[in-house]
Design a binder for this molecule. Sequence first.
Ligand SMILES: [Zn+2]
Length: 249
Amino acid sequence: MAVPQLPVLAIDVGGTKLAAAAVDRAGQLLASDRIPTPRVASADDLFEVLADQCRRVLRAAETDVVAIGVGCGGPMEYPSGRVSTLNIPVWRDFPLRERLVTAFDRPCVVDNDANALALAEQWRGAGRGSTNMLGMVVSTGVGGGIILEGHLLHGFGGNAGHIGHIVAWPDGPPCRCGARGCIEGVASGSGLARRLTAAVAEGAETRLVPGATAAEIAVAARQGDHLAAELFRTAGECVGRGIASAWSL
Ligand SMILES: [Zn+2]
């Protein structure tokens, strides 16, 4: 039987935004929509916002879809698709995959957003033509996905490739996972902001104030603020150590 050439519905669920698109087999977006993740009272309310967004996209694309693929902020379980996205407090152990299958009557895969990024980079981005690669996100958090011999690695519970919690700085700053010196604790946006606040509390000289964002720290670093530059220097060093360690592995 020929593989149907219908598009798929792609969804990105994060603590800051919800994005959905109808995507054809060549990777072109036929229609897309992006909204800030609303603060709502219940798990069902948030699901309804997401489902409405998906229906809007399908109407705009004037097409049916053959399947649904979701990249979602962790923690989550693969392949069950139960999600507990850190920055979405109303979803704890929420059966996102099951709910989408019921609402749209299509097969659905829910995976970690960093795994989705790795697959996307291999399909359409920097990893085209690679059968062995690491895809890495350095953002609010630090995540990654590993493609080995052409296959995305999932490992236990779908958590393979979680490079953000490799220790790159022994006895370095604390990470939200409980360890010290993880790449995420040193180099993520939230990690940079926490390190700045801690350094100011210890009397470090800077023109930044506690609570400054990573974007503000970056501006100050470019303008010659020594503390800001040092925070980014060590962040870069730790990202580099993490990549080098992962490459050897
Ligand atoms: Zn960590």
